[in-house]
Design a protein around this ligand. Structure first.
Ligand SMILES: [Zn+2]
Length: 190
């Protein structure tokens, strides 16, 4: 079964350059977009801008053998499963960014981060098709006192890892990571 597509008709493949209709420096209309949407080059003033992939991260958080998943509050993918996580801010390590996001979204502290895999992703938000590089980690919550959904998370659930159905995850990158996690779990205890 192919997973649901939460982003119909959003033009994601074109990338964020599609949102730039004018040169940000001189204001001339329709600046030249090169290299498959990665470079804006204004032929009027010479302004050059590179659209780089944004770093984002998600975590498989384990607590006493169970996985803590989020239910998305907003589109893209409203109502679907998601991993806690988000965009990494300037100057942050990926692990620090993940710790911050998980604290914000679920109000729990996490530790014992272990890198799992990465995958490219498209993230359509407020009319802009962002390109991201998603990094996935496995980590641990020592306790879940105070666990509550906040920020862009409507609710959470605790499931057995065997019940992790990749098709219920909102993003293609997280679905690939779920498959990698299941492979990892065959060889390791969480
Ligand atoms: Zn210009």
């Amino acid at each position: 079964m192919s997973p649901p597509n939460p982003f119909p008709d959003s033009g994601l493949a074109q990338g964020p350059a599609k949102a730039f209709r004018f040169c940000p420096r001189c204001g001339v209309a329709e600046p030249r977009i090169e290299r498959g949407g990665r470079v804006l080059r204004c032929e009027h003033c010479g302004f050059l801008f590179f659209f780089n992939s944004a770093t984002a991260a998600g975590a498989f958080v384990f607590h006493q053998g169970q996985l803590i998943l989020c239910i998305r509050a907003k589109d893209p993918g409203q109502g679907m499963w998601d991993l806690p996580g988000g965009f990494i801010e300037f100057g942050e390590t990926v692990e620090d960014g993940l710790r911050r996001e998980i604290q914000e979204e679920l109000n729990i502290a996490t530790s014992d981060y272990r890198y799992l895999m990465s995958a490219p992703n498209d993230y359509f938000y407020a009319g802009v098709p962002y390109k991201t590089t998603d990094l996935f980690y496995i980590c641990r919550a020592a306790h879940v006192h105070g666990l509550k959904a906040a920020d862009d998370v409507a609710d959470y659930c605790l499931i057995a890892p065997a019940d992790l159905d990749p098709g219920r995850l909102a993003f293609a990158s997280a679905r690939a990571a779920a498959a990698a996690l299941q492979d990892w779990l065959r060889h390791h205890a969480p």
